[in-house]
Design a protein around this ligand. Structure first.
Ligand code: SAM
Length: 336
């Protein structure tokens, strides 16, 4: 895993490039391309990014106010097909040892009734305010009030298309959007799917280990672990491993364990954007574990630039794609 693989065409800059001016096959680092995800991805070189971290437009949730936007398809199946097209192109651009971290939430059929105009089938965009929540009505094959199950429909479709579906991480939101519904619980989670291009891939589990809060249960403490080579032990500076190798005592006396798959991260509203940008803390572990320092992180739905911001902060390069030029502007302002 080193930058030599990436070729010589890399010139770090911090500008966005209208897609038409982008030279096919030559990839400049630290750029946000303004254009359609599939169209721009097709022009990027194969196997050129280490990892992909993204949050695509959710199905039937928001109107991003631009022609060619994804998310307003007439059926969940059409939406999933479109997503598979995008992530098939992503797969080509991703290195063979790369990973895709895909944040996605669910939608309800017949949601937000009474807000905005309705049409007979599918989704009603209301372009008066970009990022606005939209009205869904009569989605074919679903009864109003049905949860659609978009995350899993998409995950299974991606698996069928060749991706290795490795994990469903639950993003638990301790401060969810309040809901007025009285016939179900308030939704307080989304998914992050971890997918890989190959069965073996780059994943630095050590860098994302978490506090184990050692509880002093019956000790199964051993000096070292049979599972670790001497080299690994030396490099970690680990002295003690507890409970089947899960808990680690590091030199400063703190117990650490492998990161678990429920991540509690509060949402953080972004003043400039109407839509939900994900919080930087949510994607830090994805970039730390999925991309080596100096590597390249791609986000084909860059929105307000959170992925770029975090990649930059963690010493990784980024490539972004975003259809809405207004959002590209927001991202650029955030990146300074
Ligand atoms: C959920 S938002 C991403 C938010 C982002 N993670 C952040 O933190 O700011 C999805 C983005 O996808 C963009 N989008 C929609 N259709 C697109 C397309 N066909 N190609 C590229 N971007 C698209 C929308 O404009 C929106 O900014």
């Amino acid at each position: 895993m080193n930058k030599k693989h990436l070729g010589d065409n890399y010139a770090p800059t911090h500008t966005s490039t209208p897609f038409k001016q982008h030279l096919s096959g030559v990839m400049e680092l630290n750029k946000i391309y303004c254009g359609d995800a599939v169209e721009v991805l097709r022009s990027l070189p194969a196997e050129s990014v280490n990892c992909i971290v993204t949050s695509p437009p959710y199905y039937a949730l928001r109107d991003y106010g631009v022609h060619g936007q994804i998310g307003l398809e007439r059926s969940p199946e059409e939406y999933v097909d479109k997503m598979v097209e995008v992530f098939t192109e992503c797969c080509r651009v991703l290195r063979s040892d790369g990973t895709l971290w895909l944040n996605i939430g669910d939608s309800y059929a017949g949601s937000n009734k009474g807000k905005g105009k309705k049409i007979h089938t599918g989704v009603q965009p209301d372009a008066s305010n970009i990022g606005d929540i939209i009205t869904t009505f009569n989605i074919k094959g679903y009864k109003n009030k049905d949860i659609i199950g978009i995350p899993w429909l998409l995950a299974f479709a991606l698996r069928d298309s060749g991706w290795y579906l490795r994990q469903d991480i639950i993003w638990h939101k301790p401060n969810p959007m309040p809901e007025s519904v009285e016939d179900r619980c308030t939704k307080a989670h989304e998914y992050i799917f971890l997918l890989s291009k190959s069965p073996r891939y780059y994943f630095d589990y050590q860098v994302i280990m978490e506090d184990a809060k050692y509880d002093g249960r019956k000790k199964m403490v051993r000096e070292g672990s049979k599972r670790l080579s001497l080299g690994e032990k030396a490099c970690l500076g680990v002295q003690t491993i507890c409970k089947g190798g899960e808990r680690w005592k590091v030199t400063d006396g703190k117990y650490m364990r492998r990161k678990r798959d429920v991540w509690t991260v509060p949402t953080r509203p972004l003043k400039e954007a109407h839509f939900a940008a994900y919080p930087p803390d949510l994607i830090k572990p994805c970039i730390l574990a999925g991309c080596p320092i100096g590597g390249v992180v791609l986000d084909p739905f860059m929105g307000a630039g959170t992925t770029a911001l975090v990649a930059q902060e963690l010493g990784r390069h980024y490539i972004g794609i975003e259809l809405n030029s207004e959002y590209v502007g927001i991202a650029e302002r955030r990146l300074g």
